[in-house]
Structures are given as C-alpha cells and as structure tokens.
Design a protein around this ligand. Sequence first.
Ligand SMILES: C[S@@+](CC[C@H](N)C(=O)[O-])C[C@H]1O[C@@H](n2cnc3c(N)ncnc32)[C@H](O)[C@@H]1O
Length: 210
Amino acid sequence: MNNKTKEHWNDIYNTGEVSILGWYEEKPTPCLRLLGKCDVDKDEPILDVGAGASTFIDSLLNKKFTNIIAVDISEIALNKLQERLGKEKASKVKWIIDDVTYPKHINKLEDIAVWHDRAVLHFLLEEEQIQTYFSILKQVVRKGGYVIIATFSIKGARKCSGLNVKNYDSNMLAEYLVEEFHLIDAFDYTYRMPSGDVRPYIYTLFQREN
Ligand SMILES: C[S@@+](CC[C@H](N)C(=O)[O-])C[C@H]1O[C@@H](n2cnc3c(N)ncnc32)[C@H](O)[C@@H]1O
C-alpha cells in the first residue's frame, strides 16, 4: 500500500461533500452506456476499481446486479459511499480497501465479468504501476469478460486533484490489452465538473477473447 497516495485521497474525501468533487456525476451516463453493451448476467461479479464514492455503484444496485465489488485505496471514500447507500444497500456490496499498484486482495479475485475504472488509471504515472494494473486486470477478468476504462483524454487536463496525470487515447489503452482483448467501443466525452469547468475524457470498452 502506498501510504502517501492513501493519505492524499483520504484527505480529499475528508475535506468536502462528495457532490462537489471534480469528478462527481449525479448519473454515470457514459459508463452505463458501455455497461449496456456487456452481455453479463445479474449475478456475475462486477468490479469497480477506485470506486471512490461513485454513483456507478448505486446504478448497479438499481439495475439489480447482485455481485458488486467496490475497491479503493481510501477507506474514507468507501465509508462515504456506504453512508450514502445506507446499511441495507451497502450490505449487498463487497468492500475492499486495496492499492491497485500494490495489490494484496484484488489479485485474489477471479472470474470478473466487468472491470470498471473511471478516472483511476490516469493517476498511475510510472510504467511499473501501469504494468501492475494491467497484469491484475488480465489475471482477474474472465474469458469473454469486459473492461470499461475512462481516463483523461489526450486533449484533457494534465492534473487532477493536485496530482499529475497521464493522458490517453484508445490506441494507447489498446496497446496494453493487445492480443487478449479487442476494442468494442470508444468515444470522447466532455465531463462538466460541479464548478462548471470541463474535462475531456476518453471512454473505452474492451472484451476479452473467449
Ligand atoms: C478521481 S477519483 C474517481 C472515483 C470514481 N471512480 C468516480 O468516477 O467517481 C479516483 C479514485 O481512485 C482512487 N485511487 C487512486 N489511486 C488508487 C490506487 N492506487 N488504488 C486504488 N484506488 C486508487 C482514489 O481514492 C479515488 O477514489
């Protein structure tokens, strides 16, 4: 676990309302659009990597998915999400505190039907961290399973939440997944922050070969 990273994100989630964070979405429409293209059963495992306090989890519960796993380095973020959901809904989600760059738990998961990451990968700056991320992904996603990754695009901001980011296009993401996965969909999306500023993202959906 990288304690500096953990402290950074705990501080961020401790300082304010989730709904004013620069990545908050009332409804995670673009990811839901990609999820709609995934042929998965409601009881298959869906992993939200770096879930934070995202409303994607609320949407999965509303859609009656029953095997939801939320992972984040920040326990404060996950606590906030649990509070918003309330006890009953929160009890339907598996909660894991882990660092995707020093995995202790998520690398033990298996048969993941959907790997979902919005705005997490772009914070990994060192090639070794990125390689670790993709190697866990390849380890845990089942054959025929799906990968949704949304990151700041090449046209996007160079920083978020005080941290430098790495910007991507769909070809760059595809290079990490080449041979074992194929690209199903990719689109640019301009996210409007609660402050009114805009952040260009690239959204991608890959599927693992059978
Ligand atoms: C910009 S937020 C996005 C949160 C959420 N995916 C969303 O769309 O609202 C980035 C999230 O990634 C988490 N995170 C950052 N680095 C991480 C790491 N190495 N391992 C696990 N989670 C991490 C942070 O705690 C934070 O919740």
